[in-house]
Design a binder for this molecule. Sequence first.
Ligand SMILES: [Zn+2]
Ligand SMILES: [Zn+2]
Length: 278
Amino acid sequence: MRCENPGRRCVHWHDDGAAAPRWQGVGRAVNGLRHEIGRVLAPAVDLIFPPRCPLCGDSIAAQSGLCAACWSELTLPGQPACAACQRPLSDRMATEAGSLCAPCLAKPPRHAGIFAGTLYDDASRRIVLAYKHGRRLALAPMMGRLIAARLGPLGPDWLIVPVPLHRWRLWHRGFNQAALLAREVQQRCGGTLVVDALLRQRRTRSLGGLGRKARRKELAGAIAVNRRRADRIAGANVVLVDDVVTSGATTDACVTALKHTGARDVRIACWARVLDQL
Ligand SMILES: [Zn+2]
Ligand SMILES: [Zn+2]
């Protein structure tokens, strides 16, 4: 197990992959102990810091959840959906099994579907802001749970890969929000987590406000497969994890790099998916 920054949120950088068997045993024991300590201390923590809903501040039963009213505000993607990308379709558009949405009809995607925990709206946006910029990392299990519900169980041959952050941004933020979600997904769906399969080779501007062409230009060559992980990616099925999929420009760049290295199916899993109007 490799840790680039032991002692400081090291879990965010851990590589699952080439762990030596003896470390796996130690790791399991440490995880078990951590879980046990957490279970024993939870009532005391709840007494000192009563659990509050991160959206509205109401009291709730557990530290990592939402209140019932805020749960009902989240929009979960449902059926019918596009057979290629899982975009929800209206009954009128989904005339038969295997119906495709207009963007997929116009241009078949390179990925094997977008599995979103929620559709992006005010509630899911506030949660991702609290998680990413408000550092409410305790939201990760709840977010991962909804993503996993969409994704379903995975075979052991699947790799779980987060969208990478540039190392300066990682240093500044202290954690990769996609990597924490990827870990939650792996724990619930199976597969193997490979946190450093992709690297961001240079910093990119925020893509907000840029057009499709400008986004692609901004990302050209910015994301690449880690050469040390290329052997594992070749021939593997991959779940690529991000917090929010907006235009798909970033995930497209990741899918292109993974496919270029020989990945077979690449599914995209995210907390929230932004739907443009069709
Ligand atoms: Zn609430
Ligand atoms: Zn589609």
